[in-house]
Design a binder for this molecule. Sequence first.
Ligand SMILES: [Zn+2]
Ligand SMILES: [Zn+2]
Length: 139
Amino acid sequence: MHREINPRELLSNAGLAATAKRLLVVQALAEAGRPVTPQELLTPLGERMNRVTLYRILDLLVERHLAIRHNAGERAFRYCLHGGPAGHAHFTCSRCGHTECLDSRVLDEGLAKLLARLPMRVDSAEIRFDGVCEECLKH
Ligand SMILES: [Zn+2]
Ligand SMILES: [Zn+2]
């Protein structure tokens, strides 16, 4: 799922100051283009960021709905940038663990209808597909 992302705009639209470190994290998430673990983010960020700062910024991005925290059934959470009113769906390969974002906008209309009919207030949603990825299917 590749969309043009302007990190500075994204932060300011959420009412957050575009500090250098926040910009780095949003940029790294945008470049990853798939759900990544904090460890995977730390590698390209290297010396410019320590783990505690990274976690704090990720928490803030999730709290402001700029990023999705996604549990792919692993030890670590994965993070990706938000898309669509109900977020977006993810696919996880049960053989190699490969996780990717799915462009699930086609589901948005149906989800909106479903949510409108529910008597409860839904604050977040997570749609996860498990299966075998394209690469693993070849072997
Ligand atoms: Zn796989
Ligand atoms: Zn995603």
